[in-house]
Ligand binder design. Structure first.
Ligand code: ADP
Length: 245
């Protein structure tokens, strides 16, 4: 068994005004697992990540996270427009009071990991959407996350950039073996990226089904064009439709 980094038992979330966002969510994510959550808009996926990150506290149940090295990547790259790539990537390390020498070395490493070497002096507005997202990934990687949370990070990108970043992310996952919890609207992205796909119902969100993804890591990009892949995408889509009612 892999070491469990996130362990949710019967997690409930009710917001003021009695919006029940989550009901009875049981979910574990271990080191070396990449778990993707799919579900209709408003079913509580972001809320789940916010609870995992400690930004929000569950109204009931237990939400245990056994690391404080948590990476969080949002749909928007959330870069500071006046800072170049290097300075944006150093930001989290800076907020953690690391010395200039340590953080610039770390930033150089993660900039290389995401393939942005040579763009250190570029400002966010001089970068493509994909490059901005890589910068955001590099910034999170400076914290050496053990638990990595992704809130639909590639949703706003075109398909080719998205597929490219999916492969980059898988490469990072194979290299560092963090525990990943990833939200997406794309069932094929979910199946391609993850070791397990979790399907949530409409609000109040609860887990209606989970699918282990049997394909090896590192993952062959051509797996996406096989019958076995299409079949699993079909099963997840079916569960998603069923859970919608
Ligand atoms: P998803 O990420 O699946 O689209 P969210 O987790 O963002 O869903 O939201 C789930 C539900 O909880 C939505 O109905 C949303 O309006 C509500 N909600 C989220 N955050 C708050 C909040 N801070 N206060 C009140 N309601 C909220």
């Amino acid at each position: 068994m892999s070491e469990t980094l996130l362990d949710f038992t019967n997690v409930e979330m009710t917001f003021p005004g009695s919006t029940v966002a989550l009901r009875g969510v049981d979910l574990t994510v271990g080191r070396g697992e990449f778990v993707t959550v799919v579900g209709p808009s408003g079913c509580g996926k972001s809320t789940l990540l916010r609870i995992a990150s400690g930004l929000e506290t569950a109204s009931d149940g237990t939400a245990q996270v056994s690391t404080d090295r948590i990476g969080y990547v949002f749909q928007d790259a959330t870069l500071l427009p006046w800072r170049d790539v290097q300075a944006n990537v150093e930001l989290l390390a800076e907020l953690n009071w690391q010395t200039k020498a340590v953080r610039s070395k770390k930033a150089a490493e993660t900039i290389e990991l995401v393939g942005l070497t040579g763009f250190e002096k570029h400002l966010p507005r001089q970068l493509s959407g994909g490059m901005r997202m890589r910068t955001s990934l590099a910034r999170s990687l400076t914290l050496d996350p053990e638990l990595f949370l992704f809130d639909e990070p590639f949703g706003a990108l075109d398909e080719i950039t998205r597929e490219h970043l999916n492969d980059e992310l898988l490469r990072l996952f194979v290299e560092t073996r963090f525990a990943g919890l990833f939200i997406t609207h794309s069932v094929s992205e979910a199946v391609y990226l993850s070791t397990r796909v979790v399907v949530m119902s409409g609000r109040p969100g609860h887990i209606v089904d989970q699918f282990e993804v049997p394909f090896d890591m590192p993952r062959d990009p051509d797996i996406r064009y096989t019958g076995a892949f299409a079949e699993l995408v079909g099963q997840v889509s079916h569960a998603l439709r069923e859970g919608h009612h």
